[in-house]
Design a protein around this ligand. Structure first.
Ligand code: AKB
Length: 339
């Protein structure tokens, strides 16, 4: 019988993965099993009970998770982000959809073994939205989970489908089967806005311009922003993103009225964000060289998210306003990092 309570984190080497490993290994008794295509840094690997290096599209990768672990939860973070996915849509389908299917199948099999449901946390994205025009984007303001579910990117299509797949596995799996199903999974997902970390520079995303600007400025470099100065989409600080995942994971199932929740914190334009950044790092500079196609993608993402459902159902609330994130989280940590 498996004995050690554990959580599996796929895509453990990504930005959210590192932050989540740190948080879980400091504040939870669950063993952490990290899974990624690439090996983890020694400092991260040291925190984990097992590191599985492998592709999430391959069932064999999941089969290597130790039998001794009672897998209580899966945080399925592995994904190709929006810009990378547009370069290789077929590979994106494989990683973002087939990989999710593998992770769900793994969670189902572990639920049968433990005789209880396995929690499945899925980060979805603002990319699940596709607002048809800039005019409509401005008119729409804060968008709720049910609006504009017509993404224009492969990544957005994959994320939206991942939400549906999770709902199916949690609520309707093999609904015509005669024999009883395993206890199954408790699927919960969050549509994240752009996320800003003081410790990692993202790559492959289309919301990367604010974190790229910050990290360039902290090294006194010039930054040519790939979207217009007045572009507006929602963002949040990495510690709040991790809090959101853990908060939703811990929420009482009877209070949850949905499997998909928006979360958000603030929505500065690059120009507004650059004022804070350049005040802190006056030797840096920011210019604008919009990339028409990437701009086109960001223009289909809402300018703000309505996260009232998350606030109501599981008391979600971000700790960091824009000003607080800059003063208390970003500046002290990026100064240390590039000192
Ligand atoms: C991306 O830009 O692809 C991601 C996202 C918005 O989910 N950061």
């Amino acid at each position: 019988m498996p004995s050690q309570s554990a959580v599996v984190i796929t895509g453990a080497n990504g930005e959210i993965g590192h932050a989540l490993i740190e948080r879980l290994t400091e504040h939870s008794r669950d063993a952490v099993i990290a899974m990624d295509l690439r090996d983890l840094d020694a400092s991260m690997a040291r925190r984990c009970a097992q590191v599985v290096v492998g592709d999430v599209t391959d069932a064999a990768t999941f089969e290597r998770v130790g039998e001794q672990f009672d897998v209580r939860a899966v945080y399925h973070l592995a994904a190709m982000l929006s810009t990378s996915s547009e370069k290789q849509p077929e590979r994106a389908q494989s990683v973002n959809v087939d990989g999710t299917l593998r992770a769900l199948t793994f969670a189902m099999s572990r639920s049968a073994r433990r005789g209880e449901r396995v929690s499945f946390l899925f980060p979805s994205s603002i990319a699940a939205y596709g607002v048809p025009s800039l005019d409509e984007k401005r008119r729409a303001g804060a968008v709720d989970e049910s609006q504009f579910n017509t993404p224009t990117t492969m990544y957005g299509v994959n994320k939206l489908y991942g939400e549906h797949l999770g709902r199916y596995y949690a609520r309707h799996y093999r609904q015509l089967a005669q024999e009883p199903n395993p206890p199954g999974i408790d699927f919960r997902s969050i549509r994240f806005p752009g996320i800003i970390s003081a410790f990692t520079v993202p790559s492959g995303g289309t919301s990367d311009y604010l974190p790229e600007m910050l990290h360039a400025a902290a090294q006194s470099k010039d930054y040519a922003c790939f979207v217009r100065a007045d572009t507006r989409i929602p963002f949040m600080a990495m510690p709040d993103a991790v809090d959101a995942l853990l908060g939703l994971a811990a929420a009482d199932a009877s209070k949850l009225s949905s499997v998909v929740y928006n979360v958000t914190a603030f929505n500065p334009s690059p120009e507004e964000f650059s004022r804070f950044v350049l005040r802190a790092f006056p030797k840096a500079s920011v210019s604008y060289a919009p990339h028409a196609k990437r701009q086109g993608i960001v223009d289909t993402w809402p300018e703000q998210l309505d996260d009232s459902l998350a606030r109501k159902d599981w008391s979600w609330s971000p700790k960091y306003s824009l000003e607080r994130m800059i003063e208390e989280y970003l500046l002290p940590n990026v100064r240390k990092r590039y000192a």
